[in-house]
Write a protein that binds this ligand. Sequence first.
Ligand SMILES: Nc1nc2c(ncn2[C@@H]2O[C@H](COP(=O)(O)OP(=O)(O)OP(=O)(O)O)[C@@H](O)[C@H]2O)c(=O)[nH]1
Ligand SMILES: [Mg+2]
Length: 608
Amino acid sequence: MQNIRNIAIIAHVDHGKTTLVDEIIRQAKLFRENQEMHTCFLDSNELERERGITILAKNISVNYRDTKINIIDTPGHSDFGGQVERVLNMADGVLLLVDSAEGPLPQTRFVLDKALKLKLRPIVIINKIDRPDARPQEVLNAVYDLFIDLDATEEQLEFPVLYASGRDGWATTDLENGARDSILPLMDAIIDHIPPPPFNEGPAQIQITTLDYNDYVGRIGIGRVHRGTLSLDKPLCQVKRDGQTFQTSIKQLFVFEGISRKEVREVPCGDLCALVGVEHIDIGDTIADAAAPEALPPISIDEPTLSMMFRVNDSPFFGQEGKFISSRHIRERLLKEAERDVALRVEEGESDSFKVSGRGVLHLAILIETMRREGYELTITKPHVIIKEIDGVKNEPIEELTVDVDGSAAGKVIEIVGLRRGEMMKMEQHGSRQLLEFMIPTRGIIGLRSKVMTATAGEAIISHRFDHYEPMKGDVPSRTNGVMVSMGRGKAEAYAIDALQLRGTFFIDPGVETYEGMIVGSHCTDDDLEVNLQKAKKLTNMRAAGSDRNLKIAPAAKLSLEEALEYIEDDEYVEVTPLNIRLRKKYLTSLERRRIRGKMLKAEGAAE
Ligand SMILES: Nc1nc2c(ncn2[C@@H]2O[C@H](COP(=O)(O)OP(=O)(O)OP(=O)(O)O)[C@@H](O)[C@H]2O)c(=O)[nH]1
Ligand SMILES: [Mg+2]
C-alpha cells in the first residue's frame, strides 16, 4: 500500500503559490534521481505566463520519504474562487500561503474558510520573507486572528508555521536560526502534519471535482478515489447530480506523476486521478461500482454574477484582421468553451449575439483574449451584473473590497468608493499604510480600479471578491466624461490630434486608422465631442509639411481589454480583433445617434 498525502496550496492572488510549487518540483529532482527533469513552468498556457497568474488549477505529484505527495496548485484570483472550492474536495490538508508584507487579504479569508469547513488540516507558510518590507510576526498574528474569526477548531489552530521564500527556494520552521537553503522542511511538515487520506474499503466510488479538456479526447474528469479501488476492468456506473444513473465505462485512467500523467489500469483509494472517455462527464458526478451506484454529496458550482453580449464584428473594418468572423464561428467556439468551463454560461441572444455570463470581468476578458489570439473578431457590450429576483425583490451581487493605500490617499479612496455605494466595514493602520475594507455592489466595482489608481498615483493594492446577493442599492454613477468620436474614416493625423489635445486624452496614436463612430479618446467634459482627425495641415511648402515631426503629442492612454470593457457605456462597444482593441459607438453615424437620443428624450418626456 502506497503512502499518500493530498494537499492543495491556497492563497490570495500573487502570494507566490505557483513559484513555490515550481520550486518543490525542481528540488524534488534532488531526491529522486530517476525523475526526468523538465524546465518547469506550471503556469503553462500562454496567457497564464504573460499575465503571471494561474487560471486553471493544476495537479502535480512528487515523491519524498517513500510517500507520494499530490499537490494541487490553485488560482488566487477571486474570479476563479469556485474552482478552488471544488478542488479542496480532493485534499486532506492545505498549505495556506500568506505574503509576509501584505498579510491575509480577502481571497485568503475565502479559501481558508472553505478549507476549515471541510475539516482540512492547515499548514501556514509566511512567504516572501526576502521582501525588505516583510513583517512576519505581525502577519502571523493576523493569520491567528483570521483562524479564530473563522471558528477554527482547537486542532486546526495548532497549525505548524513555516517561513519561506519560494522564489529563493527555501522554507524553515525557525525564522531566526533556520538554514535557508532548501524546501525540504516544508516537505517534512507535509508528511508529518497532514493526515494520509482515509482508507475506505468497499465498492469503488469517485467524485469528479475538476474538469480538464483536450481536443482529442474531449472532457476529462479529475477527482479522488473515495472508496475501494477504481479499475478499468470492473463495470461502472455514473450518478449525475440529479440522481440519474447510467451504465458507463472509462477508456483510460491516469494518475499524476511529476508534472505529467501516467496511464494505469487501476487507482487505489485516496489517490487522485484523471478519467478519459466517460460520456457527458460533469463536475459533481459520482462514478461508482455498477453494483453499488451510490452518489457522494453534491458539490456547489458557482453561479455567474456578470454577463456581456458577444456579437459579430460589424464595424467598417470587420474581416480585415481576423480569420473567424461569422456568428457560426463564434457560436461554435463559445459552446466549446462552455463544455470545458463550468462557471461559464452561454445563451443565444437576438440577431447573431450571445449572452455570455461568468464570475467577473477578468473571467470573461480571459476568454475574449484567448479567442482573439485564435483569430476571432468580436464586438462586446458593457458588462452587466446579473440581477436575481428573491421573494419578488430584485437582488444584486455584493462584493468585499479591500484597498491598501498610503495613509495620505485614504480619504480620496473612501470618497470614490462611497460614491459607488460602498460601505466601509473596517479601517486599519499598518505603519504609514491604511487598509480599508468595504462592502460594495459589483456594479460599483466595474470601472473602480482605474479611478482608484488615478487617485493614488497607481500605488493602491485593490482586491475584491463576490460575497452575497442583497436587495438593489440606489444608482451607481456611471462614467462622468464624454468621449471623442471620429467623424470620418482614414488615418488620424498628428496635426489634428495636436490641435485637440487640450480637449481630452487620446486612446490612439497618430497614424492609426479610424472610422466614423470610432471612439478615439475621452473628452474633458461630460458630453461627447465629434472630432475630425483627417484634417492635415495645409501644405503651403515642403518645410511646413515636415514640421509635423516637431509636434509634442502626449503618448496615447491605451486601454487594456479589461479597462476597455469597464470603460464603455451602454451605447458603446469594444471591438476586438487579433490585432486591435477598438472602442466604438453602437450607432456609428452622428445622424443615427441624434435620432436615437431624440427618441429616448421623447420616451422620457412621455413617461413623466
Ligand atoms: N520577493 C519574492 N517574490 C516572490 C516570491 N515568490 C513569488 N514571488 C513573486 O510574486 C509574483 C507572483 O508569483 P506567483 O507564484 O505567480 O503567484 P501565485 O500565488 O501563483 O499567483 P496566482 O496564481 O495568480 O494566484 C511573481 O512576480 C513572483 O516572482 C518570493 O518568495 N519572494
Ligand atoms: Mg499561480
